[in-house]
Design a protein around this ligand. Structure first.
Ligand code: PPS
Ligand code: MG
Length: 200
């Protein structure tokens, strides 16, 4: 009987829930930690980054935010969404995060970071001991329904090309630190679970 329950339980749990079970150990936040949110456009990365940032500031941490949309208007304005440009975008963002990290500032980064190779690059540049990568899990169907910026509509109408999840790949991740699911949890619930995970 126990075995049957266990098998049903394993089949029932979604990937993200499994991940949270597997990584239910906490990870102490250090002042040089880089928290790297990744996930589809519209999954909630920026909202979670902003809310977590407020929490960490209240707790007395010095923080900086790095966001894909913001960097792409300044430092990375010359880059598009082809594979090589995304890699350069992530490389530059990780290099900036590394500089913050070295000065004892917690960085909260939010970038789609669509491929495993890019997530590995982030850890290679910053040093994996200082990176906590958090997958913001939300199905493409829900992101399309939310379509906060109207970009999915344009991508589906082929007015924008290389859009992540539509005609550009988003690879699932096998070895990130933590998952939040923004379809099932409120912003406050997700941030609270992150704060507990970070033990701060
Ligand atoms: S990446 O893949 O990590 O280099 O992307 P990132 O720097 O995070 O930039 C994502 C934001 O750019 C807007 N945008 C697009 N996203 C994905 N694909 C295409 N083609 C695209 N064109 C514009 C969009 O506002 C993304 O912001 P988020 O916050 O992810 O929705
Ligand atoms: Mg965003």
């Amino acid at each position: 009987m126990f075995l049957i329950v266990l098998i049903i339980d394993c089949l029932y749990f979604s990937d993200s829930k499994k991940r949270n079970v597997l990584t239910s150990v906490t990870m102490k936040l250090k002042k040089e930690t880089v928290i790297w949110f990744f996930g589809l456009s519209g999954s909630g990365k920026t909202t979670l980054a902003d809310t977590l940032n407020e929490q960490l500031l209240k707790k007395g941490f010095q923080t900086r935010k790095l966001d894909g949309d913001v960097l792409r208007k300044g430092l990375n304005v010359d880059l598009g969404f082809e594979e090589e440009d995304r890699k350069e975008n992530i490389r530059r963002a990780a290099e900036v995060a590394k500089l913050f990290s070295k000065t004892g500032i917690v960085t909260i980064a939010s970038f789609i970071t669509p491929k495993e190779e890019l997530r590995a690059l982030v850890k290679e540049i910053i040093g994996k001991e200082n990176v906590i990568d958090i997958y913001v899990d939300c199905s493409i169907e829900t992101c399309i329904k939310r379509d906060v910026k109207g970009l999915y509509k344009k991508a589906l109408n082929k007015e924008i090309l290389n859009f992540t999840g539509i005609d550009s790949v988003f690879e699932s991740s096998k070895n990130h630190c933590f998952t939040v699911n923004t379809e099932e949890e409120s912003v406050v619930q997700s941030v609270n679970s992150i704060v507990s995970f970070l033990e701060c």
